[in-house]
Ligand binder design. Structure first.
Ligand SMILES: *Cc1c(COP(=O)(O)O)cnc(C)c1O
Length: 368
């Protein structure tokens, strides 16, 4: 490889040189300048959802799953019960978190190409009054399916229950307005649509809910109430912060705003997705999801039928041409995935499609 490949994966993803250069500075975690950097990041993150009056932004060291686990552990009381809506691997993971943390939960699972509907949630909440929280994966990254967040949020509110949203792969690219969509917590991370590097998650937690959550957490390090109160008091992270990750995210947010914020990021990803879908369709590769429920984040494609197609060989050959793809995550059908997010535009997506076309020719894959 003469130069680094483009990552067409759902995080870590391709970042800009500016973002990577921001990591060339070492910061003192106790220093005023670093505290200001953290405060500025949190403020900018809250602005993306218009949430500064209703929610706190609580950053947390670790990958996105750490923040999901922290949100469940902190906000769901020990006698609460979570209804987990599942249509893929991240929904399964959320249910597993509830299980490990010892929170009561029930699951509602639809097929991987079937969004959960508001009517489903309405029926489930009416049938089980013990449910205190509903957990939803906004864009289920294992396929790229978009679940109908606004409709589900309204139903959850109508039943007087609380909504926890894993918006890890949609935050920053798909619009979510905290003034219109009622939720107790929304979770995302540095290394997805904001185009930062991986290493920190963050939870937008409703101020009143977070204040009431003292003592809920099963864990010291994962206690968002404690993390928030310490930060509010001192301006510092409780334990060693991922300083370079925060600095990179700050720089990535600056570029996000220069690009035109959420509408521009959404448009670029939508263009990427369209270029990808059109280009692959021209090669005969079929996408797993119908367009109406496909989020412009990551696309799942059916693998070719031809026995000469093997994912590992295909992957290595596409990588040699400069693009990193992602394996499928479905159990029933053979698929592979291509991300639309990161520092890449429609030209890059077309180049990836061209690389796929060349590789299929090289492999003599005919039956697509
Ligand atoms: C990436 C992602 C996560 C977090 O996964 P990590 O492996 O911890 O980074 C959680 N939920 C969704 C929907 C994701 O896309």
């Amino acid at each position: 490889m003469s130069h680094a490949p483009i990552l067409l994966t759902p995080g870590p993803l391709t970042t800009s040189i500016r973002t990577r250069q921001a990591m060339l500075v070492d910061w003192g975690s106790w220093d005023r300048d670093f505290n200001q950097l953290t405060a500025s990041v949190c403020e900018q993150l809250l602005a993306i959802i218009d949430g500064s009056t209703s929610h706190h932004c609580v950053p947390l060291q670790g990958s996105g799953t750490f923040a999901v686990e922290a949100a469940i552990g902190t906000l769901v009381p020990r006698n609460g019960k979570v209804l987990v809506l599942i249509n893929g691997a991240y929904g399964q993971r959320l249910a597993k978190i509830c299980k490990v943390l010892g929170r009561a939960y029930s699951t509602f699972e639809t097929a991987e190409d079937q969004p959960t509907t508001a009517a489903d949630v309405d029926r489930l909440l009416a049938a089980d009054l013990a449910i205190s929280h509903v957990a939803l994966i906004h864009c289920e990254t294992s396929t790229g399916i978009l679940n109908p967040l606004p409709e589900i949020a309204q139903v959850v509110q109508r039943h007087g229950k609380r909504l926890i949203i894993d918006a890890m792969s949609s935050f920053g690219a798909l619009p979510i307005d905290a003034r219109e969509i009622p939720f107790e917590a929304l979770i995302a991370a540095s290394g997805k649509c904001l185009e930062g590097v991986p290493g920190m998650g963050f939870v937008f937690a409703e101020k009143t809910a977070l204040a009431a959550a003292e003592g809920n957490a099963h864990s010291l390090a994962m206690d968002l109430h404690d993390q928030h109160s310490y930060m509010a008091k001192t301006g510092q992270w409780r334990f060693t912060p991922p300083t370079h990750v925060v600095a990179a995210l700050h720089e990535a947010l600056q570029q996000y705003n220069e690009e035109g914020g959420l509408p521009a990021r959404h448009q670029r990803y939508a263009d990427n997705c369209k270029t990808l879908l059109d280009g692959m369709a021209a090669l005969g590769l079929r996408s797993f999801l119908p367009a109406a429920i496909q989020a412009p984040i990551i696309v799942t494609f059916h693998a070719p039928n031809d026995p000469r197609y093997q994912f590992k060989d295909f992957y290595e050959r596409v990588k040699a041409k400069g693009f990193i793809l992602y394996p499928g995550k479905l159990t029933q059908v053979e698929t592979f995935r291509v991300g639309c997010i990161g520092v890449v535009g429609a030209d890059g997506m077309q180049a990836a499609v061209n690389a796929v076309a060349e590789v299929l020719r090289e492999m003599e894959v005919l039956d697509i």
